[in-house]
Design a protein around this ligand. Structure first.
Ligand code: PMP
Length: 426
């Protein structure tokens, strides 16, 4: 028995499914999850000492690569001064000012400890601000595990073939209207019929939880116009895309101004940080200024914020995104070319430093397209890559991530491994 197998067997006795977040369990791809012991730069090492080039990047935060020395140093320095105070600190102001400076739609921002808290709080705030109950979300988008958002969601829920969660009262779910991603006619119809009830529309403005799906520019402009016309709060969930697709998020790429934005992952540099922010008049409805309650014992954690600030500093170096985006595009193009060589029906695309790999001839534009891709083939490809030492997300429904620590050689080696894998699949 390998050490990974031993640990998995032991974990399952005390932790449901052996994991603290479902996709880690390898349920959809099968096999034994790798228990990681260490990560550095572009690599992770498992309990058996095997090294992998990592394209999961802690599901997004590790944009500088794992354990970047100056981020680790910032954490160490902050920790010496105290782990948590439950009182405000200057660092939190610096973080707020940084976020506001980078994302012009953000006039005020509040820090929380996860992406889930950010979206959950943004929804409550939108409801409090508008005095309306209904929210619109899109099938296949994942916004964390708050009750109203676990309806036809993506990520782990798709992996388990059950896009809605048990334990969510029908009385909650009935306030969540689920529509097709990228379908403007449908959105227009719903606003025409129920516009006065809709508090908010929440969207992954580039979806990364049903694999990577890009909306059209026309769709995004239509979405913005409809929310404005009907007085609904437009929430861009940029927990994944924020500082991943570029320095100004998807809102910068598409030049659309949301009313609220949620952030997470990269702004914590690997530590637990989330944020929600946006229009001043909306943000002022939050306690202690307004009636919408939201709080957190560890919110704005001095250690986590130190990691986030150092990360934000490093990603603002000149040329950072140009370089990283070019490398990510090269990765996607290289893998697609390898598939073509072997005649495998496959496509790939990149947006900034995130990518989608699809066992379908063209990239998907909707949830239905995603569901029609060849998942069996993905699972075999995943294991061939893993055996060769290249760690992709263990599900056909997840986007992947390249970090600044991935060298041209790392990427070339992963493309060569994909070439060999496609050769076996063909
Ligand atoms: N929103 C999006 C778009 C996400 O990708 C995620 C997590 N993958 C979340 C929200 C939830 O964030 P967290 O896991 O930090 O609660």
């Amino acid at each position: 028995m390998s050490r990974n197998e031993e640990l998995f067997a032991r974990a399952q006795r005390s932790i449901p499914g052996g994991v603290n977040s479902p996709v880690r369990a390898f349920r959809s791809v099968g096999g034994t999850p790798r228990f990681l012991s260490r990560a550095q730069g572009a690599y992770v090492w498992d309990a058996d000492g095997k090294r992998y080039t990592d394209y999961v990047g802690s599901w997004g935060p590790a944009i500088l690569g794992h354990a970047h020395p100056s981020v680790v140093e910032a954490v160490q320095r902050a920790a010496v001064d105290g782990l948590s105070f439950g009182a405000p600190t200057e660092r939190e102001i610096e973080m707020a000012e940084q976020l506001i400076g980078l994302l012009p739609s953000m006039e005020m921002v509040r820090l929380v400890s996860s992406g889930t808290e950010a979206t959950m709080s943004a929804i409550r705030l939108a409801r409090g601000f508008t005095g309306r109950d209904a929210i619109v979300k899109f099938e296949g988008c994942y916004h964390g595990h708050a009750d109203s958002l676990l309806v036809k969601a993506g990520s782990g829920l798709l992996t388990f073939g059950n896009p809605s969660s048990g334990g969510v009262p029908a009385d909650f779910a009935k306030h969540t209207i689920v529509l097709d991603y990228n379908n403007l006619v449908q959105l227009e119809e719903v606003f025409a019929a129920r516009g006065k009830e809709i508090a908010a529309v929440i969207i992954e403005p580039v979806a990364g939880n049903m694999n990577l799906v890009r909306p059209s520019q026309a769709y995004m402009e239509g979405l913005r116009a409809l929310c404005t016309k009907h007085g609904a709060v437009l929430i861009f969930d940029e927990v994944m895309t924020g500082f991943r697709v570029g320095l100004k998020g998807v809102q910068g790429l598409y030049n659309i101004t949301p009313d609220l934005t949620t952030l997470g992952k990269i702004i914590g540099g690997g530590m637990p940080v989330g944020a929600f922010g946006g229009r001043r008049d909306i943000m002022q409805c939050i306690a202690p200024l307004g009636s919408v309650y939201q709080a957190g014992t560890l919110s704005g954690s001095p250690v986590a914020v130190a990691a986030g600030l150092e990360t934000l500093r490093l990603i603002q170096q000149p040329g950072f995104y140009e370089d990283l985006s070019a490398r990510t595009q090269g990765f996607a193009d290289g893998i697609a070319a390898a598939a073509r060589k072997h005649g495998v029906a496959f496509s790939a695309q990149a947006v900034g430093a995130m990518f989608g790999l699809y066992f379908s001839a063209t990239p998907p534009a909707s949830f239905a397209d995603v569901m029609s891709s060849d998942r069996e083939r993905f699972n075999r490809f995943f294991h061939l890559m893993l055996d060769a030492g290249h760690f992709l997300a263990p599900s056909a429904f997840e986007a992947g991530f390249v970090s600044a620590a991935h060298s041209a050689e790392d990427i070339a080696a992963s493309i060569a491994a994909a070439d060999a894998a496609f050769g076996q699949l063909a």
